[in-house]
Design a protein around this ligand. Structure first.
Ligand code: NAD
Ligand code: TYD
Length: 365
């Protein structure tokens, strides 16, 4: 079916886009990016459960600027009846699926929600798309995934699209499960899909439990900066708009059934990154650098902590012409500035369930 020329990217309708998890970090930035594209004249339906990580306020400006081209639906991706209603009522022709439980540490504390949302939720979405779209060729289901499904690297080597899956945490295992389901729905039922596996993102609206915004928030409040293990684990960092631009290009030009790796080609040891953040924050807050660096506290390692992630993203560069635009130094500074000038957002998102989770878990570390 995927060889059929009706399934070529130029035949995609892309008028009514269902974005799941659009109140989260990457999804909210994606919605803003799409509305800024002059060529996008359609409508976005944002379906989000508003878990501890979702904040509808992140898109308050979008709701007022774009009127009825933006619709927010508060609900769960596991709710098949709701999904059917959304697909029918809004004539959905494109799904960009971000909704997930996304934090590795939480998946260690309590994996159940990860299985429920990431696997069962993706299954409900796929079933609805299959049922409503039937054999339509002008539609697309884009699944957003992570490089963590490939496992952990040693000092050398990269993750390619062909690297066998080897997930190590409940989070990455649940994402791997959802990736396999998406692939199965393509191969078995002919559902038009694309998929992307991306490295660690940073930027505005990221929940302050992930490394970069947590460190910014703790430095600001003069709290300890918990560095896991020896601090030498390596992550490949990418600015969130670069990730979202890649997704935009995949949904327009990506070949039906293909997976694309997206990465920053920007590897950092955690400790070096935390020190760099200390340097930037000391300058911005006008505090002595040594005082800020003294906050660094080595803590017990994360169980099963993957040592190194590094993406080879030649395929998307070569075939779709995507490349990273943001330099890490300027991207980090812009991110720090954003957090320093959005204290109300940080306070609001930290005031919910998350706060209780932090109090319980950080005492135990
Ligand atoms: P996030 O935790 O900031 O946001 C997730 C959003 O999904 C939240 O708004 C939450 O309310 C919503 N959600 C959770 N469960 C839901 C459910 N059952 N029904 C409806 N909505 C639900 O996550 P993020 O960092 O923006 O990640 C988005 C996607 O990108 C995820 O699929 C993640 O696996 C993937 N990804 C993230 C990164 C990263 O560095 N953050 C890197 C690669 C891939
Ligand atoms: P994180 O932002 O949780 O992303 P992921 O685990 O999905 O890569 O963590 C990034 C790296 O930073 C990871 O190696 C774990 C480490 N880390 C710390 O050292 N301290 C922290 O408080 C956190 C949240 C992460």
């Amino acid at each position: 079916m995927s060889d059929n020329k009706n399934f070529s990217p130029e035949n995609r309708t892309m008028k009514n886009m269902l974005v799941t998890g659009g109140a989260g970090f990457i999804g909210s930035n994606f919605i803003r990016l799409v509305f800024h594209k002059p060529e996008f004249t359609g409508r976005i339906i944002n379906l989000d459960k508003l878990t501890y990580a979702g904040n509808a306020e992140s898109l308050g400006d979008v709701a007022s600027i774009y009127g009825n081209r933006y619709v927010f639906v508060h609900g769960d991706i596991r709710d098949s009846a709701l999904l059917e209603k959304i697909f029918m009522e809004y004539e959905i022709d494109t799904v960009v699926h971000f909704a997930a439980e996304s934090h590795v540490d939480r998946s260690i504390e309590g994996p159940a929600e990860f299985i429920q949302t990431n696997i069962n939720g993706t299954f409900s979405l796929l079933e609805t798309a299959r049922k409503i779209w039937k054999d339509r060729a002008d539609v697309l289901f884009h699944h957003v995934s992570t490089d963590e499904v490939y496992g952990s690297l040693g000092e050398t080597g990269y993750f390619y699209e062909t690297t066998p899956y080897d997930p190590r945490s409940p989070y990455s295992a649940s994402k791997a499960g959802s990736d396999h389901l998406v692939s199965a729905y393509h191969h078995t039922f002919g559902l038009p899909i694309t998929m992307s596996n991306c490295s660690n993102n940073y930027g505005p609206y990221q929940f302050p439990e992930k490394l970069i915004p947590l460190m910014i928030s703790n430095i600001r409040q003069e709290k300890p900066l918990p560095v896991y293990g020896d601090g030498k684990n390596i992550r490949d960092w990418l600015y969130v708009d670069d990730h979202n631009e890649a997704i935009w290009q995949i949904i327009h030009k990506g070949i039906n059934g293909e997976t694309y790796n997206i990465g920053g080609e920007n590897e950092w040891e955690n400790i070096r990154l935390v020190e760099t953040l200390c340097e930037i924050m000391a300058e911005k807050l006008n505090r002595p650098m040594d005082d800020v660096k003294k906050l660094i506290t080595y803590v017990k390692d994360r169980p099963g902590h993957d040592r190194r992630y590094a993406i080879n993203c030649d395929k998307i560069k070569r075939t779709l012409g995507w490349k990273q635009k943001y330099n890490f130094e300027t991207g980090l500074r812009a991110t720090v500035d954003w957090y320093l000038s959005h204290d109300a957002w940080v306070q609001s998102i930290q005031s919910g369930e998350y706060q209780k989770w932090m109090e319980k878990n950080y005492r135990e570390r």
